[in-house]
Design a protein around this ligand. Structure first.
Ligand SMILES: Cc1cc2nc3c(=O)[nH]c(=O)nc-3n(C[C@H](O)[C@H](O)[C@H](O)COP(=O)(O)OP(=O)(O)OC[C@H]3O[C@@H](n4cnc5c(N)ncnc54)[C@H](O)[C@@H]3O)c2cc1C
Length: 408
């Protein structure tokens, strides 16, 4: 590919999520030379995506203002930072250090951070593609607004998928007075990732939020009915609903990186602990990468808000010539009907889990692997989260985990 020059920036950031936002801010903060240009194909500047499955669905107006209340800090307030939203970067030539935008313009760069994130995985069954304002996916603010519009006059919703986005959305929608059924392939949510004891508690939270959970319920197809859909479940009764939300997971958006010649083994861009790809001048951060974590001593693939921000910060600092490495345990939080789960873990598997309980309903789940503490999940136990996260980072032996096991 040969791209004619129309201008050169110090840093080109491709993407409009937290990794892109943090990369641009960190580059500027670390004194990187030249202009920063962030190009995102969402029609809005970077905003707080986690609200979409929680407060926004619950209330329709999470900030008491409007969607502008979700925007992250306005980067154009910083010197020499420009943002172009509503347009994609369609081609990248690392050798020439140039990129082409959807409107045909090209831009040269000294360094580039790819932060193209992830997109919902379509459900591979008939009738599951978004359609008619009845079947929805949820990734962007526009998706959330379309879902809210589709709910007008609706009385019932089926959520396909019992991952965190599915559970959060289901609880939020039940809070609006809708009849909500979650169909998940696992018996209880997150059983494989977090263990049965935590999964059972998440199932309880859904039930307390008024959600009907159908576990071990693989959806095999979705058919139109008069005004809604019938969701078919293997070995079970179908469920009828006015609206269907498909929340069956996300996959990294790697097509730009792949077409630029970057290796994408396992569908992810591989970076080191400084977020450098194998190609000079090109870094990557956030949901699309498999990144080496210096404390874990291995590559990890995580899709969490805080880690996307942290990786973006590291990428921007590295691009500016600064010193930063990724060495904190990844982690997320989830809010299901007002109950908050917090998690800090390497996230790539565990052998055993021991649960400690606290007065008032709090709990902590301590995960171990090969005799080392590898993760902690807590509810109303922030002290345990801090302790556990520190022990995970130090790869401490399992015997360091405090408390009395109660594996329920
Ligand atoms: C509904 C929802 C709720 C969530 N809740 C939580 C939560 O409670 N806690 C938590 O830890 N995590 C949560 N997450 C996950 C978290 O939001 C993601 O891990 C995070 O947004 C990833 O950041 P990112 O910058 O890598 O990618 P993204 O946020 O996906 O941003 C990537 C951006 O790049 C743009 N883009 C892609 N390709 C191009 C291109 N070629 N040119 C220009 N722009 C492009 C995309 O349009 C997108 O705007 C949630 C996610 C969703 C969808």
């Amino acid at each position: 590919m040969s791209l004619a020059p129309t201008g050169t920036v110090g840093l080109l950031v491709v993407g409009g999520g937290p990794a892109a936002h943090a990369a641009a801010a960190a580059y500027r903060g670390a004194g990187g030379p030249g202009t920063v240009l962030l190009v995102g194909d969402d029609d809005r500047p970077p905003y707080f995506r986690p609200a979409l499955s929680k407060d926004l669905l619950r209330s329709g107006d999470p900030t008491g203002t409007d969607d502008d209340g979700l925007l992250l800090e306005d980067l154009t307030g910083l010197d020499d930072v420009a943002i172009r939203v509503g347009t994609a970067v369609t081609a990248l030539s690392p050798a020439e250090r140039r990129a082409r935008l959807a409107d045909g313009t090209t831009v040269g760069f000294t360094a580039c951070v790819l932060a193209t994130g992830a997109e919902p995985v379509p459900l591979p069954v008939p009738g599951a593609d978004p359609a008619d304002g009845v079947v929805h996916l949820l990734r962007s603010l526009a998706d959330a607004r379309a879902l809210l519009e589709g709910l007008s006059g609706a009385g019932s919703v089926v959520v396909v998928g019992s991952g965190f986005i599915g559970c959060e959305a289901a609880a939020a929608l039940a809070g609006r007075g809708l009849t909500v059924t979650v169909c998940g392939t696992e018996r209880v949510p997150q059983a494989a990732r977090l263990g049965d004891a935590v999964g059972d508690r998440l199932a309880d939270w859904l039930s307390e939020a008024g959600v009907w959970l159908r576990g071990t319920a693989e959806v095999t197809g979705i058919d139109p009915t008069a005004g809604g859909r019938r969701v078919h479940v293997r070995d079970g009764h179908p469920v009828d609903a006015d609206v269907v939300l498909v929340a069956a997971g996300a996959r990294p958006r790697v097509s730009l990186a792949a077409s630029a010649g970057l290796p994408v083994p396992g569908g992810r861009v591989v970076v080191d602990e400084r977020m450098r790809t194998a190609v000079p001048g090109v870094l990557a951060a956030g949901d699309l990468v498999s990144a080496r974590n210096a404390a874990a001593g291995r590559h990890l693939a995580v899709e969490h808000w805080g880690d996307a921000e942290e990786m973006g910060r590291i990428a921007g600092t590295t691009a500016a010539g600064g010193d930063a490495v990724w060495d904190s345990p990844p982690g997320f939080w989830s809010d299901i009907g007002g109950r908050v789960l917090k998690y800090s873990a390497w996230g790539d598997g565990f052998d055993e889990v021991a649960v400690t309980t606290h007065p008032g309903g709090g709990f902590s789940a301590w995960y171990t692997r090969d005799g080392l503490l590898c993760g902690i999940a807590t509810h109303q136990a922030d002290d345990d989260l801090d302790t556990g996260s520190d022990l995970v980072r130090r790869n401490a032996p399992a015997s360091s985990a405090p408390g009395t096991p109660d594996t329920r």
